[in-house]
Design a protein around this ligand. Structure first.
Ligand code: PEP
Ligand code: MN
Length: 353
């Protein structure tokens, strides 16, 4: 079988069960997935880092033998998660085409370094999931550890970040962090993991479509022949038939188009945006000069800068117009907060001149 090429196809689709549970379940699931004709790599977790002891922690080595059978039957490359140097060595011995480093492992530099040292000299493809916490330096650090030992077939998986309490999704996507990571490593494919972001099959489509809209390079999706009976991540898995429907419904965007009408329309809108930005920042500059004048008046009268009541009423007034402005409350609050910080800094400066 020829070496797997991470960049050969866009979108790259990886799918398979969260965990290999039994030989039958692994092979049956993967064969059905392969038969959709829409998947490039088959995945299954063999070693599962679980939150609490006593949960199903994966079948271990025998799962690799099942995945090898899957590769023989389907002709598709296979991938699994590695969390220790021993896992990585075992996976290489079995000729696994794609390794991925899970979110819990990416956050641990010692583990990543151990894995990097164990696969040094191989030309295996490695996908690095974002860490649980929203720290892209840590994510980038894991990539650098692999690069430092000469691994150069690296891709990124965006699987969202831990949240405290309840939220719509199991993990918070924080799309802007993945976008920032992408600009730090522009040559690396960015793959979205809607299954772990969603935590629930109901939300897979909206997340996958958003990643396609953001020009991601592919998806990794969990699928199981009998999702509700899955030994791990039951709520987020879909049967292979559902996976096929999901994948067929995603519209993948192109990076650009030659259509001259598109270029004309875009140029016009961009000119408008540039003009508005100009006006916006002129106004902000004026606003800050007024803030400085307020600082001077307060200084002359020996009055403190912070007057909580006044600021709260500004926020209330602006936020109450949220609907009329067509801007979300969340956005207005972030903008006001930035203005407030700068305004305080400017008043502070003149206060102590
Ligand atoms: C997985 O892909 O099955 C997995 C455990 O993912 P994560 O590391 O993103 O939790
Ligand atoms: Mn999973």
């Amino acid at each position: 079988m020829k070496k797997f090429d991470l960049k050969a196809k866009r979108p790259l689709i990886i799918a398979g069960p969260c965990s290999a549970e039994t030989e039958e379940q692994t092979i049956e699931t993967c064969v059905q997935i392969a038969n959709t004709g829409m998947v490039d790599v088959l995945r299954a977790g063999i070693w599962k880092p679980r939150t609490k002891p006593g949960s199903f922690e994966g079948v271990g080595l025998k799962g690799l033998a099942w995945m090898n059978k899957v590769r023989e039957i389907t002709g598709l490359p296979i991938g699994t998660e590695v969390a220790t140097a021993a896992h990585a060595r075992a996976a290489l011995e079995f000729g696994v085409d794609v390794l991925w480093i899970g979110a819990r492992t990416t956050g641990n530099p010692f583990s990543v370094q151990e894995i990097a040292d164990a696969i040094k000299g191989s030309d295996v493809t490695v996908l690095v999931k974002n860490p649980m916490n929203p720290d892209i330096d840590l994510w980038g650090g894991a990539v650098a550890r692999l690069q430092n030992v000469g691994i150069n077939k690296i891709g990124l998986i965006h699987r969202g970040f831990s949240v405290y309490g309840t939220s719509r999704y199991r993990n918070n996507p924080l799309w802007h962090l993945a976008i920032e990571m992408r600009s730090r490593f522009p040559e690396m494919p960015m793959i979205c993991d809607p299954s772990h972001i969603a935590g629930n099959r109901e939300y897979l489509h909206e997340i996958a479509q958003k990643s396609a809209d953001l020009f991601y390079d592919g998806l990794i999706v969990e699928s199981h022949i009998c999702p509700d009976k899955a030994w791990s991540d039951a709520a987020q898995q879909v049967v292979p038939e559902e996976l096929k429907k999901l994948l067929s419904s995603i519209i993948w965007r192109q990076s650009t188009t030659d259509n001259p009408e598109y270029q004309k329309a875009l140029d016009k809108l961009r000119t408008e945006i540039d003009q508005i930005d100009d006006e916006l920042f002129q106004l902000l500059s004026k606003r800050m000069q007024v803030a400085e004048n307020i600082g001077r008046v307060k200084r002359e009268n020996n009055v403190a800068i912070l007057q909580g009541g006044r600021w709260n009423s500004i926020v209330e007034k602006v936020v109450s117009q949220s609907k009329k402005l067509g801007l979300s409350e969340e956005f207005l609050k972030v903008v006001l907060e930035a203005i407030h910080i700068e305004s305080i800094n400017r008043q502070n400066k003149v206060m102590n001149e």
